[in-house]
Structure formats: C-alpha cells, structure tokens
Design a protein around this ligand. Structure first.
Ligand SMILES: *Cc1c(COP(=O)(O)O)cnc(C)c1O
Length: 431
C-alpha cells in the first residue's frame, strides 16, 4: 500500500482502521478523508527533530496553503507549531480557529496595503518580505499604526532543486524573493536597517517543493549562512532567525523514495552547526516550513465510479463523481497518484484506463495509465491516495460543482471537518 494508514482487509480498503465503504455510506462521495493521527505524527516528526538538534532555538511552521481549514489550524496549534499564511483568507481561517497570530508568518510575493494593515491589526508575528517596495509599504503602515513590525527578508540562494519548474522557487530568476548573487539581497537588508518601523529579524529562503534530496537544503543553508556571516563581518548585523522554507517530498507512487524527516533534519543540523562554527557566528533560530509533507499522505479522496468507457483498440476511461474541481494537480503539473478500486482490492488490476472527472474539459484527468480490475463498473469506489495536500486547498467551483467535504478520522472514529458545499452555497454570492 502506498500509505501506511491504508490496509486491504478481505478485498475492502480500510483507512486508519475504518472501512472506506462505511465512510462512503455515512458521508457520500466524492469526499476527502484525512487521518488526524498521521497529521500529528508528521508535526511531531519535524518538531522533535528540530528540538533535538537546536533545543528551543528552532520551530516548524506549517505552510497552511497545503490544506487550509479551521480544524487544521487547531491541530497544528495543539502540536506547538507555528503557521505560514499567504492571504487574508488564510489569516481569517486561522483566527476563526483560535490560532494565535503571533505564531504566524505572512508570505506572498505581492501583499496589498490592505493585506499588510489587516495582518498588522491582528498581531501577525512576522512578515516574510519579498521585495523592497513591500518593505517600504510595511514600514509606512507600521509607522502610521505606531508599531515596530518584525520581518524576515525572502532571499533566493540561487539553487535549482531539480523538481518540476512550476514548483521550483529558489533560482535567481524566480518571481519570489531577492537574489543573493546579484547583490540585491544585501541592498535590501541594508535598506531594512535604515527603516525605523521594521525590525529585521533575519532571512528566509524556500527553494522548491517535493524535494527528496536534503543536499538541496544543505546547499541553501550554506549559502544563507555565508550571507549571514557577511552581514555580520561587513555591517555588524547579527541575524536572529534563519528560515529554510519547506518542501520535503512525499510518496505519491511506489516509485517515489521514502524520506526520513528526522534523519534529514539531523543531517541538516550538523551542517548548520559546522558552518556557523567555521564562520564564527552563533547558530540563529532555525525555522522550517513544511506544508505538503505534513498533510499529503494523511489524506485520500473517495469517489464513486460512473461511466466506464471502453474504446476498443484505443483507450479506456473510468469516470468518477469529481475531477479537476477537487484535484487539479494532474491538469496543472501532470502529478502522479496511486489509485485503487477500494471495494475490489483482491481482484487483479489488469484493466488499463484513465481515471477522469466530470468537468467539461478534456484535461479533466485525475490520472492516466491506471490499472484497475477489469470488472470495474458504475457504483464501485475509487480511492486516490496522498491527496491531503494541495487538493481541497486548490478546489474550485468550475462547472458550478460544489466542493467536497473533508472528513477526519481519529482513533477509529470519523467526524466532519468541512461540510459538503450545497447548491445554495453555489449561488450564495449571486445577486
Ligand atoms: C509552499 C511553501 C512552503 C511549503 O512547501 P511544501 O512543498 O508544501 O512543503 C513553504 N514555504 C513557502 C515560502 C512556500 O511558498
């Protein structure tokens, strides 16, 4: 099984101890299901490894864009993590969940004045500032509110993490951050130090996503620490915080490697301590921002099979009651997924097909070249694995299709975290 919480029990798929057929009976399809214990396990993997390496001088921030709804913020807060937010919608959701915004960092490459003011009014812990214009806007707004705002500057260390181009963000030509290589980073840091209403706490980088090679983090940490050392030697500036971003990979298919979060963080921490020693600087507070790796493999999506189309000599299609509206990742990135026929787990998977959605788009595909039992027919249940990240978060109402519910499973019980959208929700804003 692709995920540790999935088990084949006499031909029926069980998720964290519950038959998915029972879940389907109770909540209907399509639906997202998430394993609360698995989310907590992942939070602890990061927190424990960081604390082991750096004591209290480190913290993990959940990058909540991966899956943002109230329950997630509650869980993450209970686990002692901070959060990253990228919009007022995420800030508002976090606040509604009772999340203390002093443990939130506000990202995005283009924060509006409204964004900045709102976040500051509600006590955001820190801004991760993308560029000089934004830095000035934050300083002005902080000044008008009589505040001194903590900021980190987002830098691009100039690393290509060998992942899909759309999720690579650390290169010099990225739309995110300021480049160390071009001197822009140093310029921006010096400019920040001249501003009276921002408090420059340190530096941030995020090199990409779905990264399996911790050398990528080690390389970027080395570049960032060299920059931090330069800022001290040349300008006497002592960096308090180094935020290394997110992006550890998860297993979508059997071909993806396993990644031991604790081991990778241990490796990274050894390098960070050595580099700091060799530069003669104190180890800064270390922040990491995992998103995908916290929630992805805690989630599955369940669908009911509708039309099965056999185009003899060409291709087979299995249509499900969902699609790019609840999982646009194949359409966007050609993302790979593992797909099971959840009620026929003992049958041979000898029928090659594309699992497709019900939207009016040829590109509305969940996965190509899937192998399912040849008996697949209307009414069967499809399980798409590892959908906990960037599925619900990227869902849309295209074709006026209501968004799916998110059901949580915990200690053998299920509960609703996000209810299914209704047809009334669909016309809610229509005047
Ligand atoms: C998206 C993002 C993350 C999380 O990336 P994952 O691949 O989901 O872990 C962390 N930090 C920043 C700045 C991001 O944009």
């Amino acid at each position: 099984m692709i995920s540790s919480n999935l088990v084949n029990n006499n031909g029926i798929l069980y998720f964290n101890g519950i038959s998915v057929l029972d879940l389907v009976k109770e909540y209907g399809t399509g639906m997202y299901v998430m394993d609360e214990e698995r989310i907590r396990e992942k939070c602890r993997a990061y927190q424990d490894a960081l604390h082991k390496a750096f004591g209290n001088n480190a913290k993990a921030y959940y990058a909540s864009k991966a899956a943002s709804f109230k329950r997630i913020y509650e869980i993450v807060q209970e686990e002692g993590m901070g959060v990253d937010v990228v919009s007022l919608g995420e800030i508002y959701t976090a606040m509604k969940a009772g999340f203390d915004l002093k443990d939130a960092a506000f990202h995005s490459n283009n924060k509006t004045d409204e964004d900045i003011r709102y976040a500051m009014e509600h006590g955001i812990g820190c801004f991760v500032v993308d560029n000089k214009e934004e830095l000035d806007a934050i300083n002005d707004i902080a000044s008008s509110m009589g505040k001194k705002q903590n900021v980190l500057l987002r830098l691009t260390p100039g690393i290509d993490p060998h992942t899909f181009a759309a999720v690579a963000t650390g290169r010099v030509d990225s739309k995110f951050g300021s480049s160390i290589e071009t001197g822009q980073a140093e310029e921006m840091a010096l400019h920040a130090l001249t501003l009276t209403n921002v408090n420059l706490k340190g530096f941030h980088c995020h090199v990409g996503s779905q990264v399996f090679d911790s050398d990528v983090y080690i390389d970027s940490a080395k570049i960032m620490l060299a920059f931090i050392a330069l800022m001290k030697q040349k300008h006497g500036f002592v960096t308090e915080v180094l935020d290394l971003g997110g992006g550890f990979g998860v297993r979508y298919t059997e071909d993806d490697p396993y990644l031991d979060i604790a081991k990778e963080i241990e490796r990274l921490s050894v390098c960070i301590k050595e580099e700091c020693a060799s530069h003669g600087i104190a180890v800064p507070f270390i922040a990491m921002e995992p998103g995908r790796s916290i929630v992805a493999d805690a989630g599955i999506t369940l669908y009911t099979v509708g039309t099965v189309k056999r185009i003899t000599g060409y291709k087979n299609y299995v249509s499900i009651d969902g699609g790019m509206t609840d999982n646009p990742r194949f359409a966007l990135y050609k993302s790979k997924y593992t797909v099971y026929l959840a009620n026929k787990m003992d049958e041979e998977n000898d029928f090659e097909c594309s699992v497709v959605g019900r939207c009016c788009e040829s590109g509305d595909i969940i996965q190509e070249n899937v192998k399912l039992p040849s008996s697949v027919k209307r009414g069967d249940i499809v399980c798409v694995c590892t959908t906990g990240a960037y599925n619900y978060a990227m869902a849309s109402n295209y074709n006026r299709i209501p968004r799916l519910p998110v059901v949580m499973v915990s200690h053998g019980k299920s509960y609703l975290a996000v209810r299914r959208e209704s047809l009334d929700d669909i016309v809610r804003n229509d005047l």
